[in-house]
Design a protein around this ligand. Structure first.
Ligand SMILES: [Fe+2]
Ligand SMILES: [Fe+2]
Length: 251
């Protein structure tokens, strides 16, 4: 098994070993799904200049709204909905947003339309986040099955939408980059987003482990040893996502 997947599985085994730790993660997933909800999402029609893109983005935003609702329903039913207790550093979507990767959506809200090239960092960042989300949801669903089948079921019902998000965001980057004088910009953004995210994850990993330990999570000895070594590496990684590659001149 790949070390990354092994670490992820051991990490989530620790998370599901303590109900408060799992609750913390459920609240985090609510906040990630709810982040950037676009109230006027039905107004996207005609504003991206590409029917295919508008249709898929609208479906995507609707999916995330539904996912947030599902998490909220589960947490409220259990009396554990408390996203305000989450630390700001834990939200990976917010980390990309703060560095300008998701600016196209803010500009769309402000100005009504955005130049094509500016959507490329947006979809590249979403692609990287969604792809990682799929991996995490699959692993968590697997380890949650015996302890919390309701959560495992919820994750699996969300997963089919997430797979669609991974696929269309990649296609969106390629589609948008085709029209540029520098079509390599799409691949550059995908690469830069992936590198930035991997570094951010490595840097944040000790904080996630420590927080889970505070919530009562019990990790295996091999995981504790390997993650403390990686934690030392992570200490040298930037914990802030760098800005996206500069937008090329208009075609
Ligand atoms: Fe989602
Ligand atoms: Fe998604």
């Amino acid at each position: 098994m790949q070390i990354k997947l092994w670490l992820q599985k051991e990490f989530f085994k620790g998370v599901v070993s303590a109900p408060p730790a799992l609750t913390w993660f459920q609240n985090l997933y609510w906040s990630i799904e709810a982040y950037g909800e676009v109230p006027q999402q039905s107004d996207l029609g005609g504003r991206l200049g590409d029917d295919w893109l508008e249709r898929n983005l609208m479906r995507h935003l609707k999916d995330e709204q539904r996912h947030a609702h599902l998490w909220q329903e589960l947490l409220t039913h259990r009396g554990t909905f408390a996203p305000e207790q989450l630390p700001a550093w834990a939200n990976s979507v917010a980390a990309f947003d703060q560095s300008g990767w998701l600016e196209a959506m803010d500009k769309l809200k402000l100005y009504g339309s955005v130049p094509t090239a500016e959507w490329i960092p947006f979809f590249a960042a979403l692609h990287v986040l969604e792809a990682d989300g799929v991996e995490r949801f699959q692993t968590l669903a697997q380890v949650a099955d015996p302890v919390d089948p309701e959560t495992a079921r919820l994750l699996r019902s969300i997963l089919k939408d997430e797979l669609f998000h991974v696929q269309y965001t990649h296609e969106a980057v390629q589609r948008l980059a085709k029209g540029l004088t520098n079509p390599q910009y799409g691949a550059q953004c995908l690469q830069a987003a992936q590198t930035a995210y991997t570094r951010w994850r490595t840097a944040m990993s000790p904080s996630f482990v420590q927080t889970m330990v505070h919530q009562g999570a019990r990790f295996s000895l091999p995981f504790t040893v390997v993650s403390s070594v990686l934690g030392r590496i992570g200490a040298n990684q930037p914990s802030v996502i760098p800005a996206p590659p500069p937008i090329p001149e208009a075609a």
